[in-house]
Design a protein around this ligand. Structure first.
Ligand SMILES: Nc1ncnc2c1ncn2[C@@H]1O[C@H](COP(=O)(O)OP(=O)(O)OP(=O)(O)O)[C@@H](O)[C@H]1O
Ligand code: SF4
Ligand SMILES: [Mg+2]
Length: 337
């Protein structure tokens, strides 16, 4: 297996009072070793559910309806979708080979345990090392995320740290076992603007120093340009566009991506008279939809869009979009190949 992660036709459902919610509705995702992939989309598009499925954290009322999540684990290629939640195999991978940082650090940190003990925990659990070696690595990890006096912080509790420092401690915990995949789910959204910028800078440094792959989830296309190699845009449980960052910014193909880009202040530019917003909202995942889910909000919708569902197809090399506006091009290229 050449990719680190290769998700095929993943479908994740939740049972709700309004019926079955198709939170993730047949997505393919691949990440090469060391690559940074950003997943972008409005609230409710299925970004977090995708990351939870990779971590083996889908619990009732949710379930994996179908598909495969191939991960190049140390023990060999493993389909994470087949592993029982909280079984031995997923527990060996989660927290060491695949780790996650969350929006709110207190969801990952235990308020009654000292920071040092929490950072040592995954090391002692997953690696056969002594306590003193674990302490050394934990302190090195705190230093690597820019925490000053790491030896002193080691003995403090989460409430002794500021919000930004807690976020750094959580990142130190996620990195201490040197994972091959780090998932960052909106790691800066809950922070104030100054701290946000600092944590983003830290994430950029990590990209340089950390050899693993990063899945960076955000609803803000503005931060993606400096963070990621590739971008995947999700809309209502599906991938609607995927491309290298530069291609996506220069030639966004899907009307949804175009709308998202027009609503980013730093990208729309100062010349933009008024920042555009995409009118309407993401359809609920319990709604049955015929055709393209974006059609009710799309300025280019055609009759075919309300009847058939556009597949994610290559339009240019390494640039895929799920939109009928581009299918003629895709078909032409398929014939020429
Ligand atoms: N435990 C649950 N029970 C029912 N529905 C759920 C549950 N968890 C997620 N969902 C539904 O799945 C859909 C996708 O949710 P998800 O959390 O992946 O969105 P998201 O893209 O991460 O959004 P946000 O930007 O707000 O974090 C949403 O419509 C949500 O309501
Ligand atoms: S398939 Fe049609 S409705 Fe959907 S994004 Fe493309 S043009 Fe718009
Ligand atoms: Mg989310």
């Amino acid at each position: 297996m050449k990719d680190l992660l290769d998700i095929r036709d993943l479908r994740v459902n939740f049972m709700t009072e309004a019926g079955i919610a198709r939170a993730v509705d047949g997505i393919d995702v691949s990440i090469a070793p060391g690559q940074t992939l950003a997943i972008v989309g409005e609230s409710g598009c299925g970004k977090s559910v995708t990351s939870r499925a990779i971590m083996g954290l889908i619990q009732p009322p949710g379930w994996i309806e179908g598909g495969e999540i191939w991960f190049a684990a140390r023990q060999g290629p493993t389909d994470l979708a087949q592993l029982p939640p909280n079984g031995r195999q997923i527990n060996a991978i989660r927290g060491s080979e695949i780790t996650m940082i969350f929006q709110e650090p207190m969801t990952a940190l235990n308020p009654v345990l000292k920071i040092g003990a929490q950072i040592m925990e995954p090391l002692l659990l997953h690696e056969k090392i002594s306590k003193s070696e674990a302490k050394e690595r934990a302190i090195a990890s705190l230093a690597a995320v820019g925490i000053s006096s790491p030896g002193q912080r080691f003995d403090e509790y989460p409430h002794n740290l500021s919000g930004g420092m807690r976020q750094r401690a959580m990142i130190a915990m996620a990195l201490v076992c040197n994972p091959s995949l780090l998932i960052a789910d909106e790691p800066t959204t809950a922070l104030d603007v100054t701290i946000q910028a600092q944590v983003l800078d830290l994430m950029k440094d990590l990209r340089r120093d950390f050899s693993g792959a990063i899945m960076f989830i955000t609803h803000d296309l503005g931060v993606v340009a400096t963070m990621a190699d590739h971008v995947m845009v999700m809309y209502r449980g599906k991938v609607v566009e995927r491309a290298a960052v530069r291609d996506l910014y220069r030639h966004p193909l899907h009307p949804y991506t175009q709308g998202l880009l027009r609503s980013v202040p730093s990208i729309a530019g100062r010349g933009a008279k008024r920042l555009a917003t995409i009118e309407g909202s993401v359809p609920r995942p319990t709604e049955r939809i015929r055709g393209c889910a974006f059609a009710p909000r799309c300025p280019h919708a055609m009759p075919v869009c309300k009847q058939d569902t556009p597949a994610l197809a290559p339009v240019q090399q390494d640039h895929r979009a799920a939109c009928f506006l581009h299918h003629a091009v895709a078909e032409e290229q398929a014939h020429a190949a």
